[in-house]
Design a protein around this ligand. Structure first.
Ligand code: GLA
Length: 707
């Protein structure tokens, strides 16, 4: 049995000693001169005062063999077989794939690890499975993917958030003990996006060695980085289970979700580019591979106030603005007049829509737009026909009260009658109406998620996937957005089944700048819903110019979320302008390399995309707060071709439009703002471009075109 396996990619490699006990011994930059016996250099000394043997951090990180940290597996049979130790039985290695099977013959368990290292992007997909080899049930408590990381990885970057303020990055020093983030909310959550980045202290957008991972799972999760007292470090990612939730009967196998890990030697941008490219090639599937249509979503325009005639007027205006997909949000189904009733009653409200939806859909289609509609299938209000008929369909722990969220409860998807009902309703509606897109919402967290008295949060998430999978088989061209109060259910596993994420319910452009930046670490712009909202944002009561809102929404899957019928002319002109700009640059934004730029003044936020051949680039510079200094300094562009010459063009600037001379903040502009200039890529990357002085909460757009 060949024991040492190296999986290689262009940027990084992983070396695994597969037997007798499997452990990762190297995960870092790609090696060009690697020889198997090189690994002898890593044999550790045995310390005094501790165990008399070396204790490798194995793939299962078993406590039973003398690892005292968080094990990769926990479980038992009525207290027995709780310390399994696995010995490798088989290794299957074909090119980029490696499967290691290891067993414990005493505990009668098999531990399987599957690796796939993508050769082009360097993203490592990894999962572990546990199989019960005997007829007595094994109670699984925890099953994680464990990745050792080097001692020099001592700074963690992770994301926290809340509703209306998702994807906020923070850093902590990893020196002793553990740093752990988890969600027990039944979805990825607004609070802790399931990912962690650990690197050499001070890593930034362009520099530093980092090891990153994301757990592709839409339910409860934990990611934990540990420093052992001997200085070794590891990171673990897992789906979280409630007591009694997972029981393995004879020959049952339970898998962790896939973990997507990558090493970058060139900071965060390179990490994101690896992930973006991986998603583009392996996970994202757009119906018909067409450009992402610009949306108009009715929610912040009319809320629950649905009048078909008026909605048709909205559609007419939307088409004039350049919108390509028109979406009717919440409020269209029977009895849904506010958020207190009707969830579960997935029948058209014929009082609001006496002629059905068909006249609206026909109108939308005649205007050349696609049609989309909102659903929240997993939920139920007690004030609904469905609840009257089936009070026992809730996901609940009988005998206990449970708090509602947004006045709603969750349906028990493990109940086959519930599942069949939802499938029947969705199928009937999608058969009746040509629906190109579903906005799939999920506005409540799972409290007491029980089926027949037993915890069922894990199963609930699997049933949600199954519902999406069956619908996809039946309606392969209907795209789906994962919404969950904006930002609450975002991960790579749900992305296999959906085409868009509603990043946040907050359409405030200032907040969106940071939320969208946070999301960009793991997701490319084409799956990130980004809308121009009302001038007065309903979430924050702030007011922003159309220019700031337009530029902010440009770098995603763009949409508009307001009532265009009531909008002032200047606003309408703005929507039209930014929709057109988005379309002009859409293929670049949705296929190029994404870059964030570290600026010495953090109030200046810069992001951009550069086309794969480095022919074209588009950058936005947003001034988030009052700048620290009078002059904004130089922007050194990343990702260009040093030997090329670029034409630098100011595409959009809110302040100098009318005069092109100065403006509110400057008496004279940098010269490139009045006339296009031609500069070498090398110069733009190393010396840079003088930035204008901007007011807070404004932004500009710059394009670079290779000459
Ligand atoms: C959630 C969504 C919003 C909107 C409302 C409708 O909050 O995130 O975008 O669809 O529900 O009720």
């Amino acid at each position: 049995m060949k024991s040492i396996v190296r999986l290689q990619s262009q940027s990084n490699d992983i070396v695994i000693r597969c037997a007798p006990r499997a452990e990762i011994i190297y995960w870092g930059p790609h090696l060009t001169h690697f020889q198997e016996n090189d690994i002898e250099s890593l044999i550790r000394p045995i310390a005094n005062g501790r165990l008399d043997v070396d204790t490798p951090i194995t793939l299962a990180a078993e406590n039973g063999s003398g690892l005292f940290g968080s094990p990769g597996l926990e479980g038992h049979r009525h207290g027995q077989d709780a310390f399994p130790i696995f010995t490798t039985q088989s290794i299957s290695h074909h090119q980029q794939r490696l499967v290691i099977e290891a067993t414990d013959e005493i505990a009668k368990l098999r531990f399987t690890s599957e690796f796939y290292l993508d050769p082009d992007t360097g993203v490592l997909q990894l999962r572990n499975g546990i199989t019960n080899l005997t007829s007595q049930t094994w109670q699984l408590e925890r099953l994680a993917v464990t990745l050792p990381i080097p001692e020099r990885a001592s700074e963690v970057m992770a994301f926290h958030g809340r509703w209306l303020r998702e994807f906020q990055p923070h850093r902590v020093a990893l020196t002793h003990g553990s740093y752990s983030q988890e969600s027990r909310r039944g979805r990825t959550s607004h609070e802790y996006f399931p990912a962690m980045i650990i690197g050499e202290p001070g890593f930034n957008e362009q520099n530093g060695a980092i090891w990153a991972l994301h757990l592709g799972w839409s339910g409860n999760h934990r990611i934990q980085a540990d420093v052992k007292t001997d200085g070794r470090r590891l990171v673990q990612a897992e789906a979280l289970y409630f007591p009694g939730e997972i029981e393995l009967e004879a020959n049952d196998t339970h898998w962790t979700p896939w973990v997507y890990a990558t090493y970058s030697g060139h900071g965060l941008n390179h990490m994101s580019q690896q992930y973006h490219s991986y998603l583009r090639h392996h996970i994202i599937r757009f119906a018909e591979n067409k450009p992402r249509p610009v949306h108009l979503n009715t929610w912040e325009g009319i809320y629950f106030d649905h009048d078909p005639e008026y909605i048709m007027q909205m559609a007419t205006k939307a088409a004039q603005i350049g919108v390509e997909r028109f979406i009717i949000d919440d409020g269209w189904f029977k009895g849904r007049h506010d958020d207190q009733a009707a969830l579960g009653d997935w029948y058209l409200d014929t009082e609001k829509y006496p002629n059905g939806l068909t006249p609206i859909i026909d109108h939308v289609r005649k205007l050349g737009m696609e049609f989309g509609i909102w659903f929240e299938p997993e939920m139920i209000n007690k004030n609904s026909m469905l609840y009257q008929a089936h009070p026992d369909w809730l996901l609940e722990l009988p005998g206990y009260d449970q708090p509602t969220g947004r006045y709603q409860y969750v349906l028990d998807l493990s109940n086959d009658d519930v599942f069949r009902y939802l499938l029947e309703r969705l199928t009937a509606l999608l058969n009746e109406y040509p629906v190109d897109y579903i906005k799939w919402d999920m506005n409540r967290e799972l409290v007491q998620p029980c089926h027949q008295g037993k915890p069922h949060a894990y199963q609930q998430t699997l049933r949600f996937y199954e519902l999406l999978d069956i619908l996809h088989e039946r309606f392969p061209n209907t795209e789906i957005e994962s919404c969950a109060s904006g930002g609450g259910r975002i991960d790579y596993e749900v992305l296999k089944r959906t085409q868009r994420f509603w990043a946040s319910d907050n359409n405030d452009a200032l907040e969106r700048q940071t939320i969208q930046k946070g999301m960009s670490y793991f997701f490319p712009p084409e799956v990130m819903g980004a809308h121009i909202g009302n001038k007065h944002c309903h979430a924050t009561r702030r007011q922003h110019s159309i220019e700031f809102r337009g530029i902010t929404a440009l770098f995603g899957h763009m949409g508009i979320e307001l009532d265009p019928v009531k909008a002032e002319i200047s606003e309408l002109d703005g929507y039209t302008k930014y929709v057109a700009l988005h379309k002009q640059f859409r293929s670049l934004i949705h296929s190029g390399q994404f870059w964030r730029v570290d600026m010495s003044d953090p109030s200046i936020q810069v992001q951009g995309v550069v086309s794969p051949a480095r022919e074209q680039a588009l950058f936005s510079i947003a001034q988030l707060a009052m700048p620290d200094y009078t002059l904004a300094g130089q922007l050194r562009f990343p990702g260009l071709a040093p030997d090329a010459t670029y034409k630098v063009t100011l595409i959009d600037h809110p302040d100098i439009k009318p005069v092109r001379e100065g403006g509110h903040t400057m008496r004279d502009l940098p010269i490139w703002m009045n006339q296009s200039i031609r500069v070498s890529g090398e110069w733009l990357m190393t010396a840079g471009l003088s930035l204008p002085i901007l007011d807070p909460e404004t932004a500009i757009l710059i394009s670079l075109t290779r000459q």
